[in-house]
Design a protein around this ligand. Sequence first.
Ligand code: SF4
Ligand code: SF4
Length: 430
Amino acid sequence: MDPLKRLEQEIKKCVKCGACRAYCPVFSVTGREPVSARGKVALARAALSGDIRLDARTRSDMSKCLLCGKCVEKCANEVPTDLIVLAAREALARKQGKTLFHRMMGFLLRNRTLLTGGASLVSLLTPLLFRRIPASSGLRLRFPLPFVGGRRHVPKLAAKPFLARHSEVIPGEPGKPRIVYFVGCMTNFIYPEIGEAAVALLKSLGCTIIIPSDQQCCGFPALSGGDMDTFRELAEKNLSALESHAPDYIMTACASCGSAFHRMYPRVLGERLPALAERFRALAEKTVDAAELLQKLGLHPRQPAGMPVQDITYHDPCHLRSRGVVRQPRELLRALPDLCLVEMKDADACCGLGGTFTVHHYGTSLGINARKTAAIKASGAQTVVTGCPGCMLQLSDGLHQAGSKARVLHTLEILARSLLKKEHVDPSSH
Ligand code: SF4
Ligand code: SF4
């Protein structure tokens, strides 16, 4: 079935009021109606009725979406613009073929051994490919490469991926919850220290930790390029890998992986694969964000005593904000000793990453990020905390390019450092 046809009734719910437009980060930087939230729904409607063709121009406009979900939250008619954009991208990929980037990505995501080997090779070749940037822990390419660009500040890939560091089961205390940890590619290959912090915190609570070795990418990068076959294959593998351990909870520390489980598996795949719909729904119900879970399990930092010695600020990842995970990380951070949480302006504004959006539209991505960087600098905080490794990548890039020395940490890292006095650093990165 035509992917847009599936959403025909939802597309028709749009009354063109434009309320979503004011919140669309892409529109705020470009000022172009066709790439605003309302504009993309209008394009989808025009494509459905045959008024426009699914051509290169439509593809370009539909690619300009961060899938941040802000428009969905603000629409009184509950128009699912993010799902409509994804359906349009799928229709475009079917008609015109997948882009080179998404063909390569799909191939790597479906071949986990190759992906892991490739990441290890890049890690080994880092001194040849990258130069270290003084005054930051980031790297910059020595020469521009396709899809990366010479300007971007990137962190070093882990010498040993997180999934290769631990046994599959870390036993806990009898009677304590069984947590299946879905690691996600960013933590596995780039920020293994987030995973180490997760393990340390869950251990401190006596939980049994299961880290399934056959877990795959959540599939979001494939979905965002309209590669439904890869998305479906990865989702089915994850379903089997995670549910087979009969967990009390499935924990993610990546906002986008959590969004894939919560929204995309049931909404995008559940309707196409009725035999799996109930299992996708159950997976979504068991999946919780790490900050939410730690609070639920009783991680109660002691109340701050005396004068805080450092200001921190918190950035809301779009894919946590849209799931209502806003209060929990702040409550955990506010209760940390020695730290003072100061709110930045528009903490819930998108950082501009948008997964593969930043690969194709780096200039716009940085333009959106510039406001976030300015807000962080104005807060005066020396540390920015967030709950998504993707946001960490983008925030670090923006801050370093703006000459800021503020560091970026995951919520789990700052909790582990503060409460357990454990600092997990990939030895190869220093
Ligand atoms: S998507 Fe919703 S908020 Fe946006 S123009 Fe349509 S009805 Fe209005
Ligand atoms: S999901 Fe975000 S970027 Fe995409 S149209 Fe909606 S508000 Fe704009």
